[in-house]
Design a protein around this ligand. Structure first.
Ligand SMILES: [Zn+2]
Length: 123
């Protein structure tokens, strides 16, 4: 059993994506844990220089929707991204998940040439 300070230390080692995933995992489990992770995530967002207007919460909502999709469906989207630079279908890497007016959008880089690519996930 970890003490709260051990947990805090562990959380600091997590990347933003890992924190969002962890947050998603705790959603149905425990309100206190959820609040703690969410607050920590917002601190992390601030330190990454993002705007303070609830970026963490928005990414969390997007990430939740994304993680609700079955894994094979997510893999299909990840490996089925158009790259304008390669003029072909590629795999997206280093992506983050956002909610935009068309739905969930993955934004990242082409695995082959590192050109910026995006993929809209239809509902
Ligand atoms: Zn490319």
């Amino acid at each position: 059993m970890l003490t709260p300070s051990q947990i805090k230390r562990k959380l600091k080692e997590y990347s933003k994506e890992e924190l969002i995933e962890l947050l998603y995992q705790t959603v149905k489990a425990n309100k206190e844990a959820r609040t703690f992770v969410l607050n920590h995530l917002e601190e992390k967002s601030d330190s990454l220089g993002e705007s303070k207007t609830g970026t963490g919460v928005v990414s969390f909502a997007a990430m939740s929707k994304w993680l609700e999709l079955p894994e094979h469906v997510r893999e299909l989207y990840i490996s089925n991204v158009w790259c304008g630079s390669c003029s072909g279908v590629t795999t997206i890497k280093d992506y983050n998940v956002q909610i935009e007016k068309f739905g969930i959008v993955l934004r990242g880089k082409c695995a082959k040439c590192e050109h910026s690519v995006a993929r809209v996930v239809e509902d």
